[in-house]
Design a protein around this ligand. Structure first.
Ligand code: ASP
Length: 329
């Protein structure tokens, strides 16, 4: 059997039996790899990651590349009308406008990102085109929108989703400007994955902080902050208060710690320690990291309890609870 044939067979075997797998709930163990190595592997932040992983797995199974898988996977979340933190249905900024940030990266160093972009339903696909069709890494705001138009992306009307409109009207009663972070709920989707041959890619997409200042950009489209992938070492992605993550170049830091020999779990824990040390007001900041290495081991860690991630691997799929720096009271 060729390598490709074998890969397809392996994935098919699992997909075929997929529905029978129970949800595996495991508590992250501290300081050790949470997950033993296996490939292929798809990991995504928060429980919206289950549906996204499912799609990514299907794409990989159809013989497409890992970068196709991570793009198509998070598009499910960008499309999810119930999701208030990813896609155009997400909560708006304080002017009532929803602006999106996204990035995508391959393990060979190719990467693309868009930030502060309006009216584009799939910023992750736009980020991919920045990576593949331009000599640049990042386009922002009106320039990103113009690029989308030129590439034939439909422009969506700027009307808030019903849920977002209700939440925004409610927020306007006090218009209190403080970053709103869901400590126990889903936010940005960051997806990292590896195919059966060890090739990696990652994607990260968000509507950012609810009621942010107009023009604010978080960590998600910043390569090295919200996402970093290197086939030689591993991949990492982040969720939570973007400013705190940018301050420590979170995802790059984790990959570099793994390069120096730390397990994905140890690297995520060290990044959280660094983040806790470099940010004041930490009791109001949530941030979580998710990482995998080239042996297919994975780990996650967050500042506060509540972070979880979705995992699709051969023979297993389900949600995993992350450990955290501060423990449940
Ligand atoms: N990291 C995102 C940002 O700061 C938000 C989040 O993950 O909740 O824009």
């Amino acid at each position: 059997m060729t390598m490709l044939g074998r890969r397809k067979f392996l994935i098919k075997t699992v997909i075929g039996a997929g529905a029978a797998f129970p949800l595996a709930i495991a508590e992250g163990s501290f300081g050790k790899p949470v997950g033993k190595g296996s490939m292929p592997l798809i990991l995504s932040t928060w429980d919206h990651g289950m549906a996204a992983n499912e799609r990514a797995w299907e794409v990989l199974n159809s013989g497409k590349s890992i970068v196709d898988a991570v793009e198509e996977g998070v598009k499910v979340t960008e499309n999810d009308l119930d999701n208030l933190s990813v896609g155009l249905q997400g909560l708006p900024d304080r002017e009532g406008i929803t602006t999106l940030d996204a990035s995508i990266m391959r393990g060979d160093g190719a990467c693309g990102a868009v930030a502060f972009v309006r009216q584009v339903k799939h910023p992750i696909s736009l980020a991919r085109l920045v990576m593949e069709k331009t000599p640049h890494v990042m386009l922002v705001g009106e320039g990103a929108r113009q690029f989308a138009l030129a590439e034939g992306f439909p422009m969506e009307q700027e009307v808030l989703s019903e849920k977002a409109e209700r939440a925004y009207q409610n927020w306007k009663k006090t218009s209190e400007y403080k970053p709103v972070i869901n400590i126990e709920n889903h936010d940005t989707i960051g997806m990292i994955g590896m195919d059966a041959n060890g090739k990696m890619a990652g994607s990260c997409t968000t509507s950012g902080l609810a009621y942010k200042m107009h023009g604010r950009v978080g960590d998600s489209p910043i390569i090295g902050a919200g996402l970093f992938v290197d086939d030689e070492v591993g991949a990492a992605t982040a969720t939570g208060l973007g400013e705190s993550i940018i301050r420590i170049s979170g995802s790059f830091l984790i990959v570099e710690l793994m390069r120096q020999g730390r397990s994905p779990q140890e690297a995520c824990e060290e990044a959280v320690r660094r983040l806790v040390a470099k940010n004041s007001n930490i009791e109001n900041i949530q941030a979580g990291f998710l990482a995998l290495n080239k042996d297919g081991e994975f780990g996650a860690y967050a500042v506060h309890p509540g972070f979880n991630f979705a995992r699709h691997a051969l023979g297993e799929r389900g949600m995993v609870n992350s450990g955290s720096h501060f423990k449940r009271k």
